[in-house]
Design a protein around this ligand. Sequence first.
Ligand code: AR6
Length: 174
Amino acid sequence: MTARIEAVRGDITAERADAIVNAANSSLLGGGGVDGAIHAAAGPRLLEECRRVRRTAYPQGLPVGYAVATGAGELPCRWVIHTVGPNWNRGQRDEADLAACFANSLREAARVGARSVAFPAVSAGVYGWAGATVARVAVTTVRAAPELEELDLVRFVLFSDRLLADFEQALARH
Ligand code: AR6
């Protein structure tokens, strides 16, 4: 069996997937956008777990393209997988870094035992990547991931109709 891959419009903090992915920054200590929404909905336990990750595994911060799982605090999912997208506005324009976010998040999801994973459009907000590029890289990377065999569902949860259209087009084409 391989996972179903779909795109919906919605708020990822309301997702009941086993794991949701957070478009974080290297500090793992919160920010704006989807990161801010996830921390606000999860409550202080998530920040506490992120601080522990910083103290133990990543004292210098989580590098671009990496992913790390924590619990989910008050969120309806079980895990939050934090990944750091490349920042286009700072010249981080290598698609391989963006692809690594999706690939490494799926690897981390499978490692903790998640069967369903919800992704936002990593790097398509403050970090300035074009939605259509994020959609293409996300879809091609997820389709090629070996972890799909261990998952039931990968859902892209998009915050605007425009981004949803980008992802629907990518799913139809790639
Ligand atoms: N559910 C789903 N998608 C959302 C939600 C939500 N609740 N809120 C926003 N989005 P961004 P980035 C969309 O800026 O570009 C943060 O400050 C948003 O519309 O959240 O990777 C971090 O701490 C956009 O399409 O992430 C970093 O510093 C997408 O999520 C930096 O922003 C990603 O936008 C990361 O920038």
